[in-house]
Design a protein around this ligand. Structure first.
Ligand code: ZN
Ligand code: ZN
Length: 266
């Protein structure tokens, strides 16, 4: 997947930023930093790779305040058990995710859809998504009057999700597949149906539709997550964007499976 170089934003005020360590079916992890608080969303990279990517960002793993787990699929929890043996920080997830995952049985802190939880300096809001797992969730993060929304692994979205993501200054959202590439691609029929179903993943058109429905003039950054290596391409995403003229000024970045992103100021 080709990546675009992100211009560094300079902003005065308190540090609130995010970086994607890796995103896609081979493993997902995103960092959210707010002054003295450092949160990792998902722990889906194999432990050696995760350590390598943290090191590339000059992050000491023991400085991570907490981990949030979105759901129990391997690409979101692969390194969780190993990481937990190195650093036993609190791990936040829904009750359903906790009982469905097999990686950790300690340090669990429960999150409930729609109930804000304070982690260090950050207010985290978990919301329900539509995916073939047990009580999956995604999250918004609020600090110093600014808000960041992170969403992957949902087959559809409704008004509740739009409401959760309203007012975000920055977003990281799944752009999993192009309709035509998925239809004509190498996946078996059952898997094509699963990906395209309401319990699968968002297509490019669905993801841009969601961003346009959020309709936020404050939005600075749109980072595209979980881009399929088999069923999507930068060209397809750019073609899809042409259908959404209200979004043509938005700054975008294609998160990569193999290369960590820069930090994005929120
Ligand atoms: Zn999943
Ligand atoms: Zn996934």
């Amino acid at each position: 997947m080709e990546t675009k170089e992100a211009p560094v934003q300079t902003k005065t005020g308190r540090d609130f930023s995010y970086a994607v360590l890796g995103s896609g079916s081979k493993g997902n992890a995103t960092l959210v930093k707010a002054e003295n608080t450092l949160i990792m969303i998902d722990c889906g990279l194999p432990i050696d790779l995760l350590m390598e990517r943290l090191d590339a960002k000059n992050i000491d793993p023991k400085s991570i305040t907490a981990i949030l787990i979105s759901h129990e699929h391997g690409d979101h929890v692969h390194g969780l058990g190993d990481f937990n043996r190195i650093h036993d920080c609190p791990i936040y997830m829904t009750k359903g995710t906790y009982y469905a995952q097999k990686q950790v049985k300690k340090n669990w802190s429960k999150v409930i859809y729609g109930e804000t939880v304070s982690i260090g300096d950050v207010e985290v809001f978990p919301f329900c998504v539509s995916h073939d797992s047990r009580m999956p969730s995604h999250f918004t993060f609020t600090f110093d009057g600014r808000k960041f929304g992170h969403l992957t692994d949902t087959g559809t979205f409704g008004q509740d999700m739009i409401n959760s993501l309203t007012d975000c200054d920055a977003l990281a959202i799944e752009f999993n597949y192009d309709d035509q590439m998925l239809r004509q691609g190498i996946y078996p029929d059952w898997l094509k149906k699963r990906v395209a179903s309401d319990l699968g993943h968002l297509s490019n058109d669905q993801a841009f539709e969601l961003v346009s429905r959020i309709n936020n003039p404050k939005l600075q950054w749109l980072v595209m997550l979980h881009i399929s290596l088999k069923n999507n391409s930068v060209d397809c995403i750019e073609n899809s964007l042409k259908k959404f003229s209200s979004l043509d000024k938005i700054k975008t970045y294609y998160a990569d499976q193999f290369i960590p992103s820069p930090w994005f100021d929120i």
